[in-house]
Design a protein around this ligand. Sequence first.
Ligand SMILES: Cc1ncc(COP(=O)(O)O)c(C=O)c1O
Length: 389
Amino acid sequence: MTIDVAACRADTPACEGQAFLDNAGSALSPTAVTRTVIDYLKREQEVGGYAAMDEAQDRILAVNASAGELVGVPVDQVALQTSATAAWRRAFGSIPLRAGDRILTTRAEYASNVLPMLQASRRVGAIVEFIPDGPDGTVDPAALGAMLDERVRVVAITHAASQNGLIVDAAGIGAVLRESGSPAWYLLDACQSLGQLPVDMTAIGADFIAATGRKFLRGPRGTGFLAVSPRVLAELEPVPIDMFGAAWDGDQSYELSATASRYQSFETSYAAVLGLGAAIDYSLALGLHNIRERINGLATSLRAQLSELPGVRVLDRGAEQSGIVVFSCPGDDSWDAARELRAKAVTVTAVTRPTNPPDVDRYGASCVLRASPHVFNTDEDLAALVAAL
Ligand SMILES: Cc1ncc(COP(=O)(O)O)c(C=O)c1O
């Protein structure tokens, strides 16, 4: 099935009159998502937050189920979160680490994930090591295999990079871990891949998947989720726990929730949660393979057009590439350039050093931009970006 672009555009009225190409930043939501959020907020206004939540209990639980369906796991393995960072931190913080434990990651990793790893190194003496990558930036699963021993406790990988189009061979990494019998916990940041690529947690073999709502899933801000493996539920608990994830017995002990809800908290914006559910259901209805095909077609075409432009360098890496298109262009400041383009009704975003210093330093450019098309974008949108550049 191919995507009905006209229908997607009708579902996304804001895409008219502008070339919105920042779905890796914070996407345009379909109307169904925004309406769901507003309707629920109105209901809270009418009956109060607890009564509204009570009425919507089944719909709220269905959001966990939709998120599970998206990554191919049962509802019990999903905990709602407020961002990918929150999900990742909750996961990483639940892995006991001691001096000498090894944490393996890649140089393409998102900085907010690397920082807690470095902090664990400072605080408990864990050792952070980077898995070597090949010339195109893709981590070689065999290189990971050669690094494994019983001291490797964490393997943390970003599935689709933020700072270029790199897609990591997440399933290849999972296979190496499985075949080696490694006791490492496999933590996959799928923040930029969910909503644009099919992601099957079990086939990949990840123990944790961290996700955000507002990017390619097109949900509201302040949403995300964490999916965990059965092994996580058998062996780990988040630190610290709260009464949503565990029950105090009134004396000196407590009982953990049997499900991933041990990683979730009670208080959140349930309006945003329902909006996330609507966004996930929208993606599932379109079909992730169809979405991937459409986005990949647009991104491939954009890379070809940009590489023809004088003064522009396409910086994407990886044997397989996502819908994230990163390029340098003349200019002293990436944010200024993004603002100038927005004034011409073209929305892209700036790529700056804090996200990932190794890649951004390697680019050797003062102005780096990221365009990230989605299903509702058209060839005219790509042409508008090229013309505005
Ligand atoms: C690869 C990757 N991981 C994590 C994050 C953080 O996501 P959030 O802002 O939802 O915490 C981002 C945000 O851009 C990202 O690109």
